[in-house]
Ligand binder design. Structure first.
Ligand SMILES: [Fe+2]
Ligand SMILES: [Fe+2]
Length: 207
């Protein structure tokens, strides 16, 4: 699942999400350029936040409203865990610098609170934003893959944790890991755009 069904922004909420995503992408490009291993580590520490925030707030919502969650909580928790596994994989591939470790701390402090408030105010916008983040993630991992294929990045052996998690062949390489991660990102993209769509047409989501 690596095609790129881009969701065209419709209305203010989508446009806000799209502009936020593109702004953050601009700064990520500026900071990391083509150091994809390092980029993956820092950005996966951010990518693992929305699922947990969304799950927490959907959980609280279900409790408040005494209503079923429609399976959203588990889906979002699984997304958070999956993103954390991306991180656990890439720390075997690249080693963040002290500056990047500082950036991770700052990014988490800012992004967790930003995303929590956004989700509280507009879950639809929050899911749309994640959908756009994931579109960018698919794009970035495609570029990373092209770099591996052209020899810019060494096609090192896949870490054991990745072989276990994605059940890759014992002799799998970085290439197979990137393909597996990119598939995950495409899945998150579709799920989050789907959630945003359902929140745009309220009857589809349990009130
Ligand atoms: Fe990821
Ligand atoms: Fe992702």
């Amino acid at each position: 699942m690596t095609s790129s069904p881009h969701h065209r922004p419709r209305g203010f909420s989508d446009s806000f999400a799209y502009a936020t995503c593109k702004t953050l992408r601009f700064f990520a490009d500026l900071f990391f350029a083509r150091r994809y291993g390092h980029r993956a580590i820092v950005l996966e520490t951010v990518a693992a936040v929305p699922g947990m925030v969304g799950a927490t707030l959907q959980h609280l919502r279900a409790l408040r409203r005494l209503s079923a969650d429609g399976g959203w909580i588990r889906t979002l928790l699984e997304e958070a865990e999956n993103e954390r596994m991306h991180l656990m994989t890439f720390i075997h591939i690249a080693h963040p610098s002290p500056l990047e470790r500082l950036l991770i701390l700052i990014a988490q402090g800012v992004f967790y609170n930003f995303f929590f408030m956004l989700y509280l105010l507009s879950p639809k916008t929050a899911h749309r934003l994640v959908g756009y983040f994931e579109e960018e993630a698919v794009y970035s991992y495609t570029e990373y893959l092209a770099g591996v294929d052209s020899g810019i990045y060494a096609n090192v052996a896949a870490p054991a944790i990745a072989i276990d998690y994605w059940r890759l062949a014992p002799d799998a390489r970085l290439r197979e890991v990137i393909l597996a991660v990119r598939d995950d990102e495409a899945g998150h993209r579709d799920v989050n755009h789907g959630f945003a769509d359902r929140l745009s047409s309220p009857p589809a989501h349990p009130a």
